[in-house]
Ligand binder design. Structure first.
Ligand code: BTN
Length: 246
């Protein structure tokens, strides 16, 4: 990962560039890195604040031999890599909120967006977007997210090196994706669960067509959240917004 790095001063979204490169046949592990995004995007068609020099905005193109169901696992693997990188470069202790938010003291400092590129022959590439907030102050965030977003600097009181974070992140992405491809999800699932704030907790899961409340019991090997509702039923949650309810 990162043998080829496409560095761009400014762009609408590294996801868009990564999709283009993937279509042109760029090799597995290509990284797109930018200083600023003018139309950074998040999950569920939300926007992602990506001001110049304030964070790491990048997309990684992977071409594993995966079936589409495996894509969520790569998101979980990425979350573990992000946590390890933050731990290595700062003194902070990040946590993961299922599926892919990285939290510091309960506020979000990193988002991960995994998209698939497919054509008639099947899935051609995974495009993993990572937005890591590093040097923002509270006022830098959009008023809409000001109370739920944070940066490494806001939590540690210190500026962190974006370069070190990129290096560390690519290093752990390499290690963990390799581990995943060679050994499967077993060890990584244990690591993921050890960093998770969600597992064992009462949560509310908002999905497009319904909302469920219960205890988040764990994740399956496919990365599906297992939610036990008060009636004792176990529900598999594939995609939702999670809130803690206690
Ligand atoms: C989320 O909603 O939590 C995911 C946010 C992902 C943001 C990153 S920044 C780099 C890449 N380019 C984008 O436009 N989005 C992702």
């Amino acid at each position: 990962i990162g043998q080829k790095i496409d560095y761009i001063e400014s762009c609408p979204s590294t996801q868009i560039i990564a999709h283009q490169l993937a279509q042109e046949g760029t090799p597995d592990g290509t990284v797109v890195l930018t200083e600023a995004q003018t139309a950074g995007r998040g999950r569920m068609a939300r926007k992602w604040d990506s001001a110049a020099g304030k964070g790491v905005w990048m997309s990684i193109i992977l071409r594993p031999d995966v079936v589409p169901q495996k894509a969520p696992q790569f998101t979980l693997v990425t979350a573990v890599a992000v946590v390890r990188a933050i731990e290595e470069v700062t003194k902070l202790q990040p946590k993961i909120k299922w599926p892919n938010d990285i939290l510091l003291n309960g506020k979000k400092c990193t988002g991960i967006l995994t998209e698939l590129q497919s054509d008639a022959d099947g899935i051609q590439a995974l495009i993993i977007g990572i937005g890591l907030n590093i040097n923002q102050e509270k006022e830098d965030f959009d008023p809409e997210v000001r109370d739920i977003a944070t940066s490494l600097k806001m939590e540690s009181g210190e500026m962190a090196s974006r370069q070190k974070l990129v290096q560390s992140l690519l290093y752990y992405m390499e290690i963990y994706t390799q581990m995943y491809i060679e050994e499967g999800f077993g060890m990584l699932k244990i690591l993921w669960e050890s960093y998770s704030t969600t597992i064992g907790q009462p949560v509310r899961a908002r999905m497009t067509n319904q909302t469920l409340e219960g205890i988040a019991e764990g994740i399956t090997d496919d990365g599906v959240l297992q939610l036990r509702t008060a009636d004792g039923k176990l529900h598999g949650i594939y995609s939702a917004d999670i809130e803690m309810t206690d």
